[in-house]
Design a protein around this ligand. Structure first.
Ligand SMILES: Nc1ncnc2c1ncn2[C@@H]1O[C@H](COP(=O)(O)OP(=O)(O)OP(=O)(O)O)[C@@H](O)[C@H]1O
Length: 613
C-alpha cells in the first residue's frame, strides 16, 4: 500500500485514518561507561535508563523531560541507534515483532543537528535521498522527481526549493527550512515510523509550531512519530497524543498526553489555571511544585504503584506473549536498495558538484603550486653544470621539492573529518556503502585536487631550473612527484579516517612526516646511523622520492670543475644510491606500496567508525 497516496491534510482534531506501526518497549535498562582517561582503571557503569516501559501508537508520541533526564537516550535505544552493548535488560518490539534490519527499513530517524550537504539546494538534497533510497528497478527518475515535488509541497518548502542549504562561506536557507529539509530527506521513503531527536531545538516558537503542526499532519495519515522535546509551549503540547515523561533515567508518566494533568492531580500536584501543562510537569520533576500529600516515595515509584501502570504492564505482557521472536542481529547492517556502481556514480557526482561549488581549497592548492613552482624556479634558475654549485644546488633543490610535495598535502587530513557526521548518518541510513564513499573521495577529490596542481608545478619548476632536457626525464620527474604526493595524501587520509578532530589529526600527521624527513637521506647519512634505527629509512616517502629524482637527473649528466669532468653516476655511487634500472623503479614501487597500504588502512578505519550513538 502506498501510504503517501493515503496521506491527507488533516485538522487538529482529526483522528488517525490509517493505523501505522505500534512500538512497545519493556523494562529497558541501559548503562554507559564514562571514559576516565587512558591511565585510569576501567570506569564503572552508570545506569542512564532504569527499567523504562511504554507503548507508542500511531500519532504524536512525545518524550519529555528536563535536560539530562534521558529522553534522547530512550529515543536512541528504541530507534535502535544506541550501542546495544549498553542494553542490560529489555526489548523493543514493533508490531509485536522484535526489531530486525527489515523493520528498520520502515523507520527513519531525524537527528538533532541537521545533516545536509550545504552546497546543494533543498531540491538537490531531497533528490539525492530519493535516488539512493528508492529501488531503481521499481522507480524511474521522473517518479522520484515527482516525489521530491510532493515532499516539497507537503513541507511548504516551495519558496526555497532551489536555494542552497548553506555553508560557512555561503548564506543559505533559514533554520526552520533546514529542519524541514532534514525531515523531508527521511519522508522521501514514506516511513511509517519516524523518530526525531529534539526537532524544535534552536528554532523560534513560530517555526517550532509549524514543525510540530507538520508532524501532526503526517501522524494523521498513518505515521507513528516518536520524538524527544525539552519544554514545548502550550500550542505545541496540545497536539501531543501520547506523553512519556522522564526524570533521572526513569519514567514518571507514560500515557495519553491529555490525561497527564489528571494523573499528577491524583498524586497530589495541582496545575494552576492558565499554567502550561508542559511547564507544570517539568516544575514537578525539578521539585519546584510541592505535592499536597507528602510522601517519601520518588515520582517513578509513585507511578509504578498506579492503576495506569498496572494496566500498561498487563498490556505489555500480552504483547510479549504474542510476540514473534525473530532472531535479530544487534549490529546495524543497513541493506542497500541500489547497486554498487550506481551508488558510486551518484556519490561521485555529488562530491564533484560540492567541489565545484566550494572551490576555495582547489583554487588555493593550484595557486600555491604555481607560486611555489615559480619560487623554486627563480631560486634555482637554470642550474649550471659547473662544480660545486651544479651538485649543491641540485641536491638542495630536490630536498626542497620533496618537502613541498609532502607538506603541501597536510590539508588532506580534513577530508574525512569535515564530512564525518554526514558520512556516518548517510551510511547507517542505507544511502550507500562505505567503499562507495571512499572511492568517490579518491576519484573525485584526490585526482583534480592533488594531481593536476602537481603537473602544473612540475612543468614550471622543471624547465625553469634547467634540469635534464630529455622529455622522458621530465615525465619521470612528474611521475615521481605525483607518487610522492599520493603517498603523503594517503597517509593523511589514514589519519583523517582514524580521528574525529583537526587538532588530533594535525598532531598525528606531523610526527610521521618529520620522522620520514629525518630518515630521507638528506639530513643524516643513512649508512652511518645506528643499525636499530636505520630501518625507518624503508618507510620514508622522502628517501624514495629523493632517490628517484636524483637518479633521474644525475644519470647521463656530466659536471665540470676546471678541466676535469665528473659524471653524475659518481655522485650516486658516493651516496650509495642504486642507479640501475630496477634501482630507479624500485622507489616508485615502494611509493605505490606505501600509498596502497595507507589507502587500505584508511578504508578499514572508515569501516570501523563507531555508528552507534
Ligand atoms: N554515551 C554516553 N556516555 C556517557 N554518558 C552518557 C552517554 N549517553 C548519555 N549519557 C548521560 O546520560 C544522561 C542522559 O542523557 P540524554 O542525552 O539522554 O539526556 P537528555 O534528556 O536528552 O538531555 P538533553 O535535553 O540535554 O539532550 C546524561 O547525564 C548524559 O550525560
Amino acid at each position: 500500500m502506498d501510504l503517501s497516496s493515503l496521506r491527507e491534510r488533516a485538522g487538529e482534531k482529526e483522528i488517525v485514518k490509517v493505523p501505522g506501526p505500534t512500538l512497545t518497549f519493556q523494562n529497558i535498562s541501559y548503562v554507559v561507561r564514562e571514559s576516565r582517561g587512558p591511565c585510569r582503571k576501567r570506569a564503572p557503569e552508570r545506569e542512564i535508563l532504569k527499567d523504562v516501559s511504554g507503548i507508542m501508537k500511531t500519532g504524536l508520541n512525545a518524550i519529555m523531560g528536563a535536560t539530562g533526564s534521558g529522553k534522547t537516550s530512550l529515543l536512541d535505544v528504541i530507534a535502535g541507534r544506541k550501542d546495544p552493548r549498553g542494553l542490560r535488560s529489555g526489548q523493543v518490539l514493533v508490531d509485536n515483532k522484535v526489531v530486525t534490519s527489515e523493520l528498520r527499513l520502515i523507520s527513519a530517524y531525524v537527528v538533532q543537528d541537521d545533516i545536509l550537504m550545504g552546497t546543494l539546494s533543498v531540491r538537490e538534497n531531497l533528490m539525492f535521498s530519493g535516488l539512493l533510497r528508492f529501488p531503481r528497478h521499481q522507480y524511474t527518475t521522473a517518479e522520484i522527481k515527482k516525489k521530491v515535488v510532493s515532499v516539497i509541497g507537503e513541507l511548504g518548502l516551495q519558496d526555497c526549493a532551489d536555494t542552497k542549504i548553506g555553508t560557512e562561506f555561503l548564506r543559505g536557507v533559514s533554520g526552520g527550512e533546514r529542519k524541514r529539509c532534514s525531515i523531508g530527506m527521511e519522508l522521501m521513503t514514506c516511513p511509517t515510523l519516524l523518530f526525531l531527536d529534539e526537532p524544535t531545538s534552536g528554532l523560534d516558537s513560530n517555526t517550532a509550531n509549524s514543525i510540530i503542526a507538520l508532524l501532526h499532519r503526517l501522524s494523521r495519515s498513518g505515521t507513528t512519530i516518536i520524538f524527544s522535546i525539552h519544554q514545548p509551549r502550550y500550542s505545541i503540547f496540545r497536539l501531543f497524543d501520547h506523553l512519556t515523561l522522564m526524570y533521572k533515567g526513569e519514567c514518571v508518566y507514560t500515557g495519553p498526553a491529555n490525561d497527564a494533568v489528571r494523573y499528577f492531580n491524583d498524586i497530589g500536584y495541582e496545575c494552576e489555571p492558565f499554567n502550561n501543562p508542559a511547564d507544570f510537569f517539568l516544575d514537578i520533576t525539578n521539585g519546584e511544585v510541592s505535592p499536597s500529600v507528602i510522601t517519601d516515595k520518588s515520582l517513578a515509584e509513585l507511578y509504578r504503584n498506579t492503576r495506569d501502570f498496572a494496566e500498561l504492564t498487563e498490556e505489555l505482557k500480552q504483547i510479549t506473549v504474542q510476540s514473534d521472536y525473530i532472531t535479530t542481529s544487534k549490529r546495524s547492517t543497513p541493506s542497500y536498495v541500489t547497486p554498487f556502481l550506481y551508488q558510486l556514480n551518484m556519490v561521485s557526482r555529488r562530491t564533484a558538484l560540492n567541489l565545484l561549488r566550494n572551490p576555495q581549497t582547489s583554487y588555493a592548492q593550484t595557486a600555491l603550486n604555481i607560486l611555489f613552482g615559480l619560487m623554486v624556479g627563480l631560486i634555482y634558475f637554470q642550474m649550471p653544470h659547473t662544480l660545486p654549485e651544479g651538485l649543491q644546488n641540485r641536491t638542495g633543490a630536490f630536498f626542497f621539492l620533496i618537502i613541498n610535495m609532502v607538506f603541501a598535502n597536510l590539508s588532506a587530513v580534513e577530508l574525512f573529518i569535515n564530512e564525518r557526521v554526514l558520512f556516518v548518518h548517510e551510511n547507517s541510513s542505507g544511502y550507500y556503502r562505505t567503499s562507495v564513499y571512499f572511492l568517490s573521495k579518491v576519484f573525485v577529490d584526490l585526482i583534480p585536487n592533488r594531481l593536476i596542481p602537481i603537473f602544473v608545478f612540475s612543468v614550471i619548476s622543471y624547465y625553469m631550473m634547467g634540469l635534464k632536457p630529455a622529455f622522458v626525464a621530465f615525465l619521470c620527474f612528474t611521475l615521481t612527484m605525483s607518487l610522492v604526493s599520493l603517498a603523503a595524501v594517503s597517509l593523511a587520509f589514514l589519519v583523517s579516517a582514524s580521528v574525529s578532530s583537526f587538532a588530533m589529526a594535525n598532531a598525528l600527521i606531523a610526527l610521521p612526516f618529520v620522522f620520514m624527513m629525518v630518515f630521507g637521506g638528506f639530513l643524516v647519512n643513512l649508512n652511518s646511523m645506528l643499525s636499530w634505527l636505520s630501518w625507518l629509512k624503508w618507510i620514508s616517502i622522502f628517501r624514495y622520492g629523493l632517490n628517484a629524482i636524483t637518479i633521474n637527473e644525475m644519470t647521463g649528466q656530466v659536471f665540470y670543475t676546471n678541466n676535469t669532468s665528473f659524471p653524475g653516476e659518481l655522485y650516486l655511487q658516493a651516496q650509495r644510491i642504486n642507479y640501475s634500472t630496477w634501482g630507479f623503479w624500485q622507489n616508485h614501487v615502494a611509493l605505490l606500496g606505501i600509498t596502497l597500504v595507507c589507502m587500505t588502512l584508511a578504508y578499514v578505519q572508515l569501516l570501523r567508525i563507531n555508528r552507534w550513538k
